[in-house]
Unconditional design. Sequence first.
Length: 143
Amino acid sequence: MRRAQLFGLAILAATVAASFGLDRLGQAQQPVVLSVPFDRDVTLADGTAGTLDLAAGLMARNPGYRAFIEGHTGNLGDADANLDLSRRRAEAVDQALTEAGIDGDRTEVLAIGSAAPLDRAEDESEAAYQRRLGRVEITLVRE
């Protein structure tokens, strides 16, 4: 199985696991973290609609939750370019939540860039893979 397929399966498994906890979210003390993958640049990967719908649904049913939307990139490459890319990706997710009816006052966009990569690349080929499958983390936290 290719890395992209494995990554897609991991996202699907995380989304399904999160959906099982929906009835208990209002009682949860721990944040809920969802991952939104990107194919390249600021193009959302196929299959992300379910994750975005899940995040919007959780927030709609739980008005006491805020979303911190963190854009991450890999650890290689120009730091300023990585920071800009992570910001644009996080803003794309924020826009999708706004279009789904979530008030912008309940979301916060954080550009992390390469300061805290979700994956560390050892060489340029791994970095190229990371750029193709970058992601944004949505952390839902009770206010």
